[in-house]
Design a protein around this ligand. Structure first.
Ligand code: AMP
Ligand code: MG
Length: 434
C-alpha cells in the first residue's frame, strides 16, 4: 500500500506525452486545448490609426470653434484623404482617422451648426471641447498588438471564456498547433450489473442485480471535462471476457486511456490486476493506496508495440463514490497532463485539482486512513465553509451528488484525539463550481 503522494508521483512519471495536432481556430472543439507553440503576431492591431468614438477628427491645435466637414470616414474599407488644418472629418468608431488629424472629438462635445442643401449631411459643426490632447480618442497603429509581438505563449489554455480565440482571430491566425486530448474508454465489470440502456424497470431486476451507475457517471464526467469518451460496456466477471474487452480497446481502437471499475478488491472475482499483468503484458505501477475511499485503485500501462505507444489503464474500485473520488484525484490529473496542462505551481508535479482552505461546519472524526470526504463548499461571511454531503460510505453515490469539494483529511494518527473541530481549517480539492 502506498501513500497518495507516491501514487501521484507514479502517475506523473508514467503518463505518456501527448502528440501535437493542428486545429482550425473556427473549429469549436478547439476550446479546452493547450497551445503547443509560441504565437507571434504577423500584423499590427489595429492595422491603421482608428477612432475610439463616433465624432470628428481634428487637428488638435486648431482649438474650439466652427469647422466645415471636409470628409467622412466610416468603419469600412475606404480611402481617406489628408485632413488639412482648419477642417474636420466625421468619423465613426473603428474608422480610419485621416492622415494629418491628431485627435478625435466625441460627438457629445460638438454642436451642429448647419446642414448641406440635401438637408441630411452636416455642413458645419462647432467643436466645444477645450484642452484637447494629441492622440485623444485615437488607437495608434499596433497599440493593441504590435507586429512581431508574442501574442500567446506555448502552454496557454484556449479557454471557454473565448479570449484566446478572439485574440488569434484578430491577428488573422486560422489554425494552431495544440496538444491532442486523450480518448478515454470506460468499462464496467461485474456479473451483477444491469445496463441502464436495457430499459429494465427497477422492479424487474433479479435479486442481486444492480444498475451500472459508474459508467454513466464517468462518461458524463469525461465529456464535461472536454475529453472524448467511449462507452466500452460491461464485462462479465470472467478472465476471458475482461481480457477480450481490454484487448479490443487497446489494440483495435485509438483509445489512449481505459478506465475500468470493479474487480480490483481482494475477493475471488478480482480479475483486473492478473488480467492486465499476465494476459495483456501490462505493468502495474500500483494497486493499493492508503486512502479512504479508493484503497484498491490500480494504475497500469501497456506497451502497444506495433504502434510504439503506451496506453494507460486505471482500474478503479467498483463502489461508485470510490470510483468518482479516485477519478477526480488520479485519473483527471493524468488526462490533463496528457493534454499538455502543466501544474502552475510546480511544473514537475501533476496538474492536480486546485486546493483551497475551508472552515469545517461540524466536527469530523478522522479515520486511520487519509480520507477524502465529499462536501459542499460555500461562501459564508468572509470564509469558505465546508458542509458534508451526508453519510460517506463508499457505496453511497449520493455522497458525491451536490458536492463541489473533497476535504483532504489527515489520518487520525496525525491529529490529537483523532477529531477535527468545527471552525478548524482544512484543505479541500475543488471539484465543482464554488
Ligand atoms: P467490486 O470491486 O467489483 O467488488 O465492486 C465493489 C462494489 O461496487 C460492489 O458492491 C459492486 O456491486 C459495486 N459496483 C461495481 N461496479 C459497479 C457499477 N458499475 N455501478 C454500481 N456499482 C458497482
Ligand atoms: Mg465486481
Amino acid at each position: 500500500m502506498i501513500p497518495v503522494a507516491d501514487a501521484l508521483a507514479l502517475i506523473n512519471k508514467h503518463t505518456p506525452a501527448s502528440r501535437i495536432v493542428t486545429l482550425k481556430i473556427n473549429d469549436p472543439s478547439i476550446t479546452g486545448h493547450i497551445i503547443a507553440e509560441d504565437i507571434f503576431a504577423t500584423t499590427n492591431v489595429p492595422g491603421f490609426p482608428a477612432s475610439i468614438v463616433d465624432g470628428y477628427a481634428v487637428v488638435h491645435t486648431d482649438g474650439a470653434g466652427v469647422y466645415r466637414i471636409a470628409q467622412v470616414s466610416h468603419a469600412s474599407p475606404n480611402e481617406v484623404s489628408v485632413l488639412l488644418p482648419g477642417t474636420i472629418a466625421r468619423v465613426t468608431t473603428g474608422a480610419v482617422v485621416p492622415e494629418g488629424a491628431t485627435a478625435v472629438i466625441p460627438v457629445e462635445e460638438t454642436e451642429l451648426v448647419s446642414v448641406k442643401d440635401d438637408g441630411k449631411e452636416e455642413d458645419e459643426v462647432r467643436i466645444l471641447a477645450e484642452g484637447v490632447q494629441k492622440f485623444d480618442n485615437i488607437r495608434a497603429l499596433g497599440s493593441d498588438i504590435k507586429k512581431g509581438e508574442l501574442a500567446l505563449k506555448a502552454g496557454t489554455l484556449i479557454s471557454q471564456v473565448g479570449g484566446e480565440i478572439g485574440l488569434l482571430a484578430s491577428i488573422g491566425v486560422t489554425e494552431v498547433n495544440v496538444f491532442r486530448k486523450p480518448k478515454v474508454g470506460v468499462l464496467s465489470t461485474g456479473d451483477e450489473l444491469v445496463d441502464l440502456n436495457d430499459g429494465k424497470l427497477p422492479d424487474e431486476l433479479k435479486l442481486g442485480q444492480i444498475f451500472d451507475s459508474n459508467r454513466p457517471l464517468l462518461l458524463s464526467f469525461l465529456m464535461n471535462w472536454g475529453f472524448e469518451a467511449v462507452d466500452l460496456g460491461i464485462a462479465k466477471d470472467t478472465s476471458d471476457t475482461t481480457e477480450q474487452k481490454l484487448r479490443d480497446a487497446l489494440y483495435k481502437t485509438d483509445i489512449d486511456f481505459i478506465i475500468t471499475t470493479g474487480g480490483v478488491s481482494m475477493g475471488e472475482l478480482d480479475l483486473l490486476k492478473p488480467t492486465i499483468e499476465r494476459k495483456l503484458n501490462g505493468t502495474i505501477h500500483f494497486g493499493r493506496v492508503a486512502m479512504k475511499p479508493g484503497k484498491p485503485t490500480t494504475f497500469a500501462t501497456v506497451e502497444i508495440n506495433q504502434h510504439h505507444t503506451k496506453k494507460v489503464i486505471f482500474a478503479l474500485p467498483g463502489n461508485p463514490a470510490s470510483a468518482s473520488v479516485t477519478t477526480h484525484l488520479f485519473v483527471l490529473p493524468s488526462l490533463r497532463k496528457f493534454s499538455g496542462v502543466v501544474n502552475p505551481v510546480d511544473p514537475d508535479q501533476l496538474p492536480t485539482l486546485s486546493e483551497i482552505k475551508v472552515t469545517l461546519k461540524k466536527d469530523i472524526r478522522l479515520d486511520p486512513r487519509p480520507e477524502y470526504q465529499r462536501v459542499v463548499i460555500s461562501q459564508q461571511g468572509d470564509s469558505l465553509v465546508a458542509e458534508t454531503t451526508g453519510f460517506q460510505r463508499s457505496s453511497r453515490v449520493g455522497s458525491m451528488s451536490g458536492s463541489n469539494g473533497l476535504l483532504v483529511l489527515p489520518s487520525s494518527t496525525e491529529v490529537e484525539g483523532g477529531v477535527l473541530k468545527a471552525g478548524e481549517t482544512v484543505n479541500a480539492l475543488v471539484i465543482g463550481i464554488l
